[in-house]
Design a protein around this ligand. Sequence first.
Ligand code: ADP
Ligand code: DAR
Length: 357
Amino acid sequence: MADVVKKMEEAPGILGKDDKSHSLLKKYLTPDVVNKLKNTKTKMGASLWDCIQSGVINTDSGVGIYAPDAESYTTFSEIFYPIINDYHIGFDIKGGAKHPPMDLGLDKINFPNPDPEGKYIISTRVRCGRSLQGYPFNPLLTEQQYKDMEGKVKDALNGLPGELAGTYYPLTGMSKDTQKQLIDDHFLFKEGDRFLEAANANRFWPTGRGIYHNKDKTFLVWVNEEDHLRIISMQKGGDLMAVYKRLIQGVNEIEKKLPFSRDERLGYLTFCPTNLGTTIRASVHIKLPKISKNLDEFHKIAAKYNLQVRGTSGEHSESIGGVYDVSNKRRMGLTEFDAVKEMYEGIVELIKLEEKS
Ligand code: ADP
Ligand code: DAR
């Protein structure tokens, strides 16, 4: 424990010395916070080091912190709450804010295709994260727990109705060619993410990891990548209404069979604090050649609509062929419906700007 305490005590200096580091961990991990938390552990044994090691090892992290278990968010709130406040614009957990109850807004959905001629939007995707009650997050899971969770999820996904019906494919035994094709086609998560690796989230890989999808690969579930579950709906083109309605159906069906972990104040719980609350990322792969010519300007324009611009393969990736992953940034302090609506309205505005440019 002494060497772990030493690593925690050295962390603010390591981050402070790296002028290329702009992570939220660097911004809020002060020596005072380290001294307050360095000898504390959660009931399941998580330390502050378990939370911050990824961001200290990868000083180029954007956020730099993960929660090894649900309790970490409150046990180490001195570091988590300022980061949550900073990332989730307008949500003041330090001031006592509570995330609102789930509202998927099925009866309110009215998102006409913003690009009916298919001039800009290549594909649309909406995902949410879910954690199974009774299990910690990746760094504290045992190999047997990975196997048990995979079995429970596979059984729960078996027999999904209608267009949700599909098959679960464990990563164990999947051919490298199949895995590569699924990743290249943006259906499957990447392997060996260095941020997750440094967070001890890739242990026992590929045990307990896999992907479920229907015949058309428009409804998918990731098992035990970053979160216990990522429930995903996606398709070519800009028909957000169809994509979101399919996600709602999928969440409702799976929730009948699996108990999810939800916190009174934080909403649905996830491994990374950026995904808490609604856990919704609604995104388009989009080409906007005029307004994305100057990338810094493009980020600024998108930020006005609370949109996040990323490369073609999500975070820490480059844009290929001018295709950007543009999604809602806000996930806490608003409902699931609000988060999707905010993305939709932002995309409508970006397309208007592109047409006027
Ligand atoms: P995270 O939020 O943990 O970064 P995401 O939920 O964004 O992960 O999933 C990232 C993966 O989903 C990447 O492979 C990315 O290419 C793919 N993806 C995201 N949005 C779309 C989209 N609109 N169309 C196709 N693939 C997408
Ligand atoms: N890569 C880590 C996490 C950022 C948020 N994205 C997630 N959780 N997939 C970072 O701090 O950059």
